[in-house]
Design a protein around this ligand. Structure first.
Ligand code: UDP
Length: 241
């Protein structure tokens, strides 16, 4: 299956709609071997400029989708336009909806203690028949990490959601995917915080207008320093167009 991709500041994104991304993700479950999906936002695209390891991981990913309207905007200046934002949160919700009641299973790994478990309870309620075979929080030392890997392997999930924040989760997946045995790994950032209800997603109007970043800025002002990278990203895109 050929891939239609477009480069944004040297990160190759797959030119897919949400629908196509979900179908492709499900095709990975039927395919041979293991796969992983990255969902970079502008901050991560910027980070990849100075982080060679991250760059390599993004290059080797089986699918890269834009989690951020800034990336979709930037594609105006690349060879092909990205049709829409494919947020990691929406993609995973979609997969859980489609796979509930099937044999495919999930494992939630990441977030503060208790968050992944709360997210799992909520998702089982939202998607009856959904199989979540294990959860673990995302704060661990080396010894604990070994146990986590064993636990994941023991429960052999089809899909492992890794929410350690970017780029930690991407590096974790690249290093450990093999040991987990999961068919598909997805780096999901703070998704468990949202699934559990601890953090609210921006209201629909903000999302429709492409202003989710603005909503997050006013509700989580701690993020402002990270968000300074947004205008830098925009300027870099314009300069390199
Ligand atoms: N996190 C974690 N382990 C760590 C650092 C962070 O599990 O060592 C979790 C944190 O609890 C949060 C998520 O990773 O749930 C990061 O959320 P954020 O919204 O910052 O994600 P990003 O925007 O970086 O993808």
């Amino acid at each position: 299956m050929g891939r239609k991709q477009t480069c944004i500041l040297d990160v190759a994104f797959d030119v897919v709609t949400m629908e196509e991304a979900a179908e492709k993700a499900k095709s990975f479950l039927r395919a041979e071997g293991q796969h992983y999906i990255c969902t970079p936002n502008p901050e991560i695209v910027m980070e990849a400029r100075t982080d060679g390891e991250l760059r390599k991981i993004l290059k080797k990913a089986d699918m890269v989708v834009p989690d951020g309207i800034g990336v979709v905007w930037a594609s105006k200046y690349s060879e092909k336009r990205l049709p829409e934002r494919v947020a990691g949160y929406d993609l995973t919700q979609r997969l859980m909806r489609d796979l509930a009641g099937t044999e495919e299973s999930f494992y939630f790994f990441g977030g503060a203690p208790g968050v992944a478990a709360a997210a799992a309870r909520k998702m089982r309620k939202d998607y009856p028949g959904l199989k979540i075979v294990g959860v673990h929080n995302g704060y661990f030392d080396e010894k604990e990490e070994k146990k986590i890997l064993e636990d994941i392997k023991k429960h052999s999930p089809s899909i492992l959601l890794v929410g350690l924040g970017a780029p930690k989760q991407e590096k974790w997946i690249a290093e450990h995917m093999r040991q987990t045995g999961a068919k598909l790994c997805i780096g999901v950032g703070g998704c468990f915080d949202v699934m559990s209800g601890n953090v609210k997603r921006a209201p629909k109007v903000f999302r429709r207008l492409g202003l989710e970043w603005f909503y997050r800025l006013i509700t989580q002002p701690k993020r402002w320093r990270r968000m300074l990278r947004l205008p830098v990203f925009a300027l870099t895109v314009l300069k390199e167009r």
